[in-house]
Design a protein around this ligand. Structure first.
Ligand code: ATP
Length: 197
């Protein structure tokens, strides 16, 4: 089965586009959501995160995000250490999920796909792009956040130009109707590709 990596910068509309693929009958795996679930449910992940960050890493069985964000903000090496605990287990979870799907291809939505070479594990890469100003506007409407925080995250991600160069398909997500049409076209092209394999 073909694995189609779906990525894009913060607020570009990855999940919105993933939902449009889902509406066409394509199984969708949202890696960030699954990682969050596993951090809550996997005993091994919990034990390892508590060893790394201390008991304060969890409050009432929920990940203490502000506490972790603070540590990571002050020492970026903790992000790598945390990813080294979580990523392999998400990868295993994804592979198990993949075995249960019956479809010419699946969509795997991953926020960070190019930055860590994850795109090399995908058969096809689709990148969602949108102007920075629009992404910031959408995020300010969706989340309780600030322009400063959004720009700090953007600074750690590749630019759209860099991502587009390594992508098989690009979806420009500005107005929803045009986005849905692009998803339909991309879907048809990926189906064709899957038939040739
Ligand atoms: P994140 O990087 O935080 O995971 P994302 O890339 O998955 O975000 P979405 O959550 O899909 O982005 O979209 C961000 C916000 O913008 C959401 O509130 C969504 O409803 C809105 N949005 C996305 N695309 C469109 C669109 N074409 N028209 C109007 N609103 C949109």
């Amino acid at each position: 089965m073909m694995v189609v990596g779906l990525t894009g910068g913060i607020g570009s509309g990855k999940t919105t586009v993933a939902k449009a693929f889902f509406a066409l009958g394509i199984p969708v795996y949202i890696a960030d959501d699954e990682a969050k679930k596993l951090m809550r449910t996997s005993k091994t992940i919990k034990r390892k995160l508590i060893t790394l960050f201390g008991e304060e890493a969890y409050i009432d069985n929920e990940l203490n995000r502000p506490f972790l964000a603070d540590i990571i903000f002050n020492d970026k090496s903790y992000l790598e250490k945390m990813n080294a605990i979580v990523h392999p287990r998400v990868a295993r979870h994804f592979n198990k999920w993949l075995l249960k799907q019956n479809s010419p291809y699946v969509i795997k939505e991953v926020a960070i796909l190019f930055e860590n070479d994850g795109y090399k594990n995908c058969d096809v890469v689709v990148t969602v792009v949108a102007p920075k100003s629009l992404r910031i506007k959408r995020l300010l409407e969706r989340d309780t956040t600030t322009v400063k925080k959004i720009e700090a995250i953007m600074a750690n991600q590749w630019t759209d130009e860099e991502k587009v160069k390594l992508s098989d398909y690009v979806i420009e997500n500005i107005d929803m109707e045009t986005t849905k049409n692009q998803v339909k076209n991309t879907h048809l092209q990926i189906l064709k590709k899957s038939q040739k394999r």
